[in-house]
Design a protein around this ligand. Structure first.
Ligand code: G6P
Length: 608
């Protein structure tokens, strides 16, 4: 999704802004641009496509300026094009970059058109530049113009702006869209993502809704929603630049798949001790909360939703707690009934998904027992705004397709299931068994990574097809959904997931030699029934690939069968995810797609 970076220093900032844009590429974007204050004028460069193209334009034109703003755009209003790319400009004077959506843009655009402003883009963002110019023409200074603008705009926005008649400041505004200041001896910086500033500083100020900021190379002033001067805490973040490099792997996704044993170790670290989960791992006082939970409402999106679906099974089986689960984008609009003692649980890698955050804001006004988030980014809005949290500690996830975030979410959710059971004095033996199994999990996952050569053989078959069907039963159905989502996201193959027992109610009609069927077949109580479902596929000439140890007695070619290492059955959903991730990655490699930044997708979806 869109990325903002801004800088004010005593040296030229062009290179630094472009480096910041490169660091935000992982978020997904379609065009990029920069505005550099050259004192006599502002250099304005934009390009459709990759940051590389913008960089080569800059190398040719050599703009120089000590103040600048830059942006990567992910189209919402108006197609990806150079005219729609940011920065947008009004009368060669005010330049702005914007993340989010201005909901009342049609009304504001009309007002400004009547005042003679001409719109050259199809975006909802361009009006911001014209509105600021209008306020400046009314004898307001830039800071006043930003404050007046704030009152006019409705929606979610993070904005950075520069004014040609002010060559020493950039200005910022935040409402419901992430924006932070980066503070360094070299100057003042801002970005929508701390990773953009990782090589510049480790000191950040996270802005709050309603904040307007004036920043120069040597100082910054924050004014809060009531226009009062605000002093905000400086947060130190130590993000290693190694986390931001591919470290010898071909793609971030590949690196992140192989990081999973360590990532899961980090999720468990300090949370289990002896034979049980430790107390209050979700924050001080969380034990009291958990002992009162009678129901759970999960809200999440994408891969995180699949983690929630697996966890709902665990909450029921281990802690005897019923769970309701909803897509974040749907939850608020179904007039949800809130039963007494219901915990509101969000799951999110980024902690910034607008729908999930919107759901939390809605839930806070309802009668929930409290809110808890399972999140990977400690400084994110969800982490800051939830009553309790458990960080997954997976480290930055750069590949758009989520891998280590998912398996660490599952590990964290298992800790929640165990903690709920403990708070209710349930299943002590099972808790001990699962805690011990969790300790062995990183090693078992390492072992499963060695299955790659076998999975490549299957990938070669799947890569030739245009469709694929993933099957699972029970707790493996959400894992099949995750496998199908992964394949769709990065290889652009149309894939669907079904609970295997549903096959005969429709999807069986799709089965022929061109339909690869990837089935998850663990040895559990559903194995026999699943095998019968798979026989139905075989009998109809379907191309069957089975992952799991229950398929031993089927007559399958060895190359179509992948056996997995032994693992406690409650943790098998985590283990079975690994071959599916490798499969998608290898298929995408063969099809030559942009694996880390698949077309049209964004890492962190900050618009509703
Ligand atoms: C985007 C990403 C997905 C992710 C989903 C939810 O669609 O591409 O990988 O699962 O958002 O994101 P979250 O950060 O809330 O987990």
């Amino acid at each position: 999704m869109c990325g903002i970076i801004a800088a004010a220093t005593e040296k030229s900032v062009g290179k630094l802004l472009v480096q910041g844009l490169y660091k935000m590429e992982y978020r997904g974007y379609d065009s990029a641009g920069v505005a550099l204050h050259q004192v006599k004028d502002i250099a304005h460069l934009r390009s459709l496509g990759k940051v590389e193209k913008l960089e080569s334009k800059m190398k040719k034109q050599k703009p120089r300026g000590k103040i600048g703003i830059a942006h990567t755009r992910w189209a919402t209003h108006g197609k990806p094009s150079e005219e729609n790319a940011h920065p947008h400009v009004s009368k060669d004077r005010v330049f702005i970059v914007h993340n989010g959506i201005i909901e009342n843009y049609i009304e504001l655009k009309e007002q400004l058109s009547k005042k003679g402003y001409v719109f050259v883009s199809q975006t909802d963002s361009e009006l911001i530049a014209h509105q600021l110019d209008f306020f400046l023409s009314q004898k307001h200074n830039m800071f006043e113009a930003m404050s007046l603008l704030k009152k006019k705009l409705q929606g979610a926005f993070a904005i950075a702006a520069i004014d040609q008649s002010d060559d020493s400041h950039f200005y910022l505004m935040r409402n419901k869209s992430p924006l932070l200041l980066g503070i360094s001896e070299e100057g003042m910086f801002a970005a929508s993502d701390p990773l953009a500033l990782v090589d510049i500083t480790n000191e950040f100020v996270f802005l709050e809704d309603g904040d307007v900021v004036e920043a120069s190379a040597s100082e910054y002033k924050i004014f809060d929603e009531n226009e009062k001067r605000a002093i905000r805490k400086i947060t130190k973040l130590n993000i290693s630049s190694e986390a931001m490099s591919k470290n010898g792997y071909r793609h971030f996704m590949e690196k992140e798949i192989y990081e999973q044993p360590t990532a899961i170790l980090n999720t468990l670290d300090g949370r289990i001790g002896g034979e049980d989960v430790l107390e209050n791992i979700f924050g001080e006082g969380s034990n009291d909360l958990l002992s009162n939970v009678e129901r759970i409402q999960i809200v999440a999106a994408g891969t995180s939703l699949h983690a929630g679906r697996v966890a709902a099974n665990w909450f029921s089986a281990i802690a005897q707690i019923p769970t309701q689960i909803d897509y974040a984008s749907e939850y608020r609009y179904k007039n949800p009934y809130v039963d007494k003692n219901t915990l509101f649980l969000t799951i999110s890698q980024s902690g910034e998904t607008a729908d999930t955050l919107g759901a939390l804001h809605y839930a806070k006004e309802r009668d929930y027992l409290g809110s808890l988030t399972i999140c990977n980014v400690p400084t994110s809005s969800l982490a800051r705004e939830s009553d309790f949290m458990l960080l997954t500690n997976a480290g930055p996830e750069i590949g758009v397709a989520s891998t280590k975030a998912f398996t660490t979410q599952l590990a964290a959710l298992m800790l929640l299931a165990l903690s709920l059971a403990k708070a209710r004095n349930l299943n002590p033996k099972l808790r001990t068994r699962v805690v011990s199994a969790l300790r062995s999990l990183p090693e078992i996952i390492s072992e499963s990574l060695n299955l790659k050569p076998k999975i490549i053989r299957i990938a070669k078959e799947v890569a030739k097809k245009d469709n694929a069907l993933f099957l699972g039963r029970g707790i493996f159905y959400p894992i099949a959904q995750e496998g199908s989502l992964k394949l769709k996201e990065i290889s652009y193959i149309h894939a669907e997931a079904y609970p295997a027992g549903e096959l005969k109610h429709g999807p069986l009609a799709l089965i022929d030699k061109d339909m690869p069927v990837i089935a998850l077949a663990p040895e559990n109580e559903l194995a026999e029934k699943l095998i019968s479902n798979l026989e139905e596929v075989k009998a109809r000439g379907g191309k069957l690939f089975v992952i799991g140890n229950a398929a031993g007695n089927m007559t399958l070619k060895p190359k179509n069968l992948i056996n997995l290492p032994e693992c406690d059955f409650l943790l098998t959903p985590i283990l079975y995810t690994i071959p599916l991730q490798i499969l998608s990655y290898e298929v995408a490699l063969l099809r030559g797609t942009d694996i880390d930044q698949p077309r049209n997708l964004a890492k962190s979806v900050t618009v509703e």
